[in-house]
Ligand binder design. Structure first.
Ligand SMILES: [Zn+2]
Length: 196
């Protein structure tokens, strides 16, 4: 998949105006009855441009999508761990497995709680387990997600951002509305960000 980034230049006209405004002297801004809020836009825009630039660099080094055999192995690991889910409230068991670029596979299941908001998804359980064992320098190549209802179940928004943190070039395999599906993480999370 090619990268569509346009690093450095905001596409949105109002954002370009905000950036131009940020470059004006304070005296002109105050004379126009406007505060220096534009500077905040500048910071945001610079951050976004840096993210796009980093994405372009990474995009040129994209790893291959795992082979079919590896994909199946990953999916089997996701299904296997599903039985360990703690899901007495939803009765919806989910398993996830991640493939790291070093070839290692980690798996995780959803872990619910009587305080529902404390529930942790299978994808994040798998990723956190990998970090706990391997440290923070892991890179996720692929993620597989399975559930015991055989229904469409893509990673939730929170998990997409966590996947992006450790796998900005990851391929995700999951059950879509039309059947098994694979997607690049940036398709699932177009504006993911990292602070490093
Ligand atoms: Zn999730």
């Amino acid at each position: 998949m090619s990268c569509n980034c346009t690093a450095g230049r905001p596409r949105n006209a109002s954002l370009r105006r905000a950036l131009a405004f940020a470059d004006q002297p304070e005296s002109l801004k105050k004379g126009a009855g406007i505060t220096s809020e534009g500077l905040q836009w500048r910071t945001i825009l610079q951050s976004q441009a840096a993210t796009r630039k980093a994405h372009m660099v990474r995009g040129s080094n994209r790893k291959k999508v795992p082979s079919t055999a590896l994909q199946k192995k990953l999916e089997r690991a996701a299904v296997k761990v599903m039985k360990n889910a703690h899901a007495p409230y939803s009765n919806f068991h989910v398993g996830a497995a991640i493939l790291l670029t070093n070839g290692k596979i980690f798996s995780g299941c959803n872990v619910e709680n009587a305080s529902y908001g404390m529930t942790n998804c299978a994808e994040r359980t798998a990723i956190f387990s990998a970090v706990a064992e391997m440290g923070p320098k892991i890179e996720i190549q692929a993620v597989a997600v399975a559930n015991d209802h055989g229904v469409a179940c893509s990673p939730c928004g929170a998990c997409r951002q966590v996947i992006y943190e450790f796998g900005p070039d990851a391929t995700v395999f999951f059950q879509g509305t039309q059947g098994p599906k694979q997607a690049h993480i940036t398709e699932l999370l177009p504006e993911g960000f990292r602070l490093q």
